[in-house]
Ligand binder design. Structure first.
Ligand SMILES: C[S@@+](CC[C@H](N)C(=O)[O-])C[C@H]1O[C@@H](n2cnc3c(N)ncnc32)[C@H](O)[C@@H]1O
Length: 188
């Protein structure tokens, strides 16, 4: 099932909200990451740049076929990227267990059942693998269209995972101008 809507505006406007290279760098998406999964790739705002930054394969999932078709077309020349039209909530990812080093959860943690995401995250991540979360700040005004009522705060996100399975690798930090980031690590 599609997660509840956050009010995603048109592509050009959406992309203007992010300094992609800076976010990828601060979220430690770099050549030390081999394989990476992305839940809810949307317009692919981060997908292709993330794929170029890592050393292995990137698997991006989205439930909306129009979006996966669009991102697949953009990634047509890249053989290290798989764009998959799939409901990660209903059917998981289909990736083998312990197969990825990093999971991107970018702008999707208004999910009302985060435990579903963490269950699949734990399954597919290698021991010591990272979960990178970015989300809209709650302490400032952010661009119109994003409902404040469904925006989790950093402290909310820190209560959503099982602390026997994940620990905080990088405490919540601001990603100017509109976001914050957190990196969790799967306990080995
Ligand atoms: C707010 S957008 C974020 C897109 C992208 N991560 C970014 O930050 O630019 C959330 C995306 O998650 C996708 N999505 C929502 N529920 C999903 C599900 N159950 N399975 C796969 N994708 C889903 C939506 O279609 C949408 O493209």
């Amino acid at each position: 099932m599609k997660i509840r809507e956050s009010g995603m505006p048109k592509e050009d406007l959406w992309n203007s909200f992010f300094d992609v290279p800076k976010i990828l760098s601060e979220m430690e998406i770099n050549e030390k990451v081999e394989h990476l999964a992305e839940f809810g790739c949307g317009y692919g705002t981060f997908t292709l740049e993330a794929a170029k930054a890592i050393s292995g394969l990137l698997f991006a999932f989205d439930i909306v076929e129009k979006l996966t078709d669009m991102v697949s077309a953009k990634a047509a020349e890249m053989d290290s990227v798989a764009i998959i039209n799939r409901d990660f909530e209903a059917t998981g990812t289909g990736l083998p267990k312990q197969s990825v080093d990093y999971l991107m959860l970018f702008n999707i943690m208004h999910h009302d059942k985060p435990e579903v995401i963490y269950k699949e995250a734990f399954r597919i991540l290698k021991p010591g693998g990272k979960v990178g979360i970015i989300y809209w700040r709650n302490d400032i005004g952010v661009p119109a269209g994003l409902k404040i009522s469904i925006r989790p705060k950093p402290e909310d996100l820190l209560t959503q995972y099982d602390s026997e399975k994940f620990s905080v690798y990088k405490e919540p930090f601001i990603l100017e101008p509109y976001h914050f980031g957190i990196i969790l690590q799967k306990i080995s």
